[in-house]
Design a protein around this ligand. Sequence first.
Ligand code: PMP
Length: 419
Amino acid sequence: TRAVDFSVFEDLESDVRVYCRKFPVVFHRAKGAELYAEDGRTFIDFFCGAGTLNYGHNNEFIKRRVTEYLAGDGLMHGLDMYTVAKRELLTTFADTVLRPKGLDYKAQFCGPTGTDAVEAALKLARKVTGRSGVFAFTGAYHGMSRGSLGVTGGLRARRAGGVSGRGVTFIPYEDGPQGPFDSVALIERLITDPSSGVEPPAAVIVEPMQMEGGMYPASADWLRRLREVTERHGVLLILDEIQAGCGRTGTFFCFERAGITPDVVTVSKAIGGYGLPLSLALFRRELDVWEPGEHTGTFRGNQLAFVAATAACELWRETRFRTDMVVATRRLERFGREVTAAHPGVAVRGLGMAMGIDLGAAGGAERAGRVQRYAFEHGVVVELCGRHDEVVKILPPLNIDIPRLDRGVGVLLDALRAG
Ligand code: PMP
């Protein structure tokens, strides 16, 4: 194995805040599930931009559409204009993703990034209800701008932004690291008990599976109960599907397994299909209360991202793609069982192509760090998540081919065995 050498970053670090501290190579190309570094090394990508590259790097089908659009001088920026690229995305998205599930949403293009969709969702909920408070969950991650950071659970992230908790009530997450907790009952208590000291909120915002928080899926039953309670009390339910959405957990939206209809859904990351920036807030039609000009922005809706997103929706509809995804999911589940059998004390959680190997009770963050370094040295890129970075997060492309998936999980098994 090669020693991890950070010297390659020294020139860069003096001029710019380089985010990466963990993968000391310079990547320059990528294809499917593989990343290629300048020094000739190849890595299997189990990180995928935190769920942005669900269809793999440089997916051939999407690439063709994007390059044809560029070659044909397709409109690249059309602020507040009707464009063909926008129409095609809205039609394809409705036909492929919404209508087959009986969902009927209006879309607000936010953007370019996920945080923007969360800001829009909170702003809309406040205007619709005339209330300002929000209920969020411990361990939640919703973004880095003021509003989205305000509903993000991590104290470290919040303090870095000087964001106070005013107006936000954090409820223990259903089945977080402290174990099961009936948060729906607590929410109803807080709303209905006038002595709770908490104003009824405009909205409850929740991830259907906490990803940054440590890969904790919310149960379908809990999501249904949360929907019932919020509906009963006129509180909007915002589902943050930014990382768990776009097929990552097996269905297009992660909330689909609960059969609920959230009031607002935030979508970003993989919706851009090709790693292109795009974010949107979907909301029930009757919530369309903004006057023209009340929510604007120059880069809301990147035309090239519309083209890629349309192609990605078509890919999602393809039988071949679905079959590949199901085969890969079965293989990943088998890996989960192998880990559980070989390493008592290690908790494995997952849904679809999203899996967390929780080392909290078996070595903690230090061991997770060792697993990550071992994986990198043996050609696999994984990230960590969880309250203390104690969970190894596995997010391969949804349609990763089995030999590469096998190789990647094989390295992780070796890493766990190595300690
Ligand atoms: N919500 C969730 C659930 C996320 O995982 C993220 C990003 N990790 C965000 C919101 C924020 O998105 P972005 O980083 O694109 O602003």
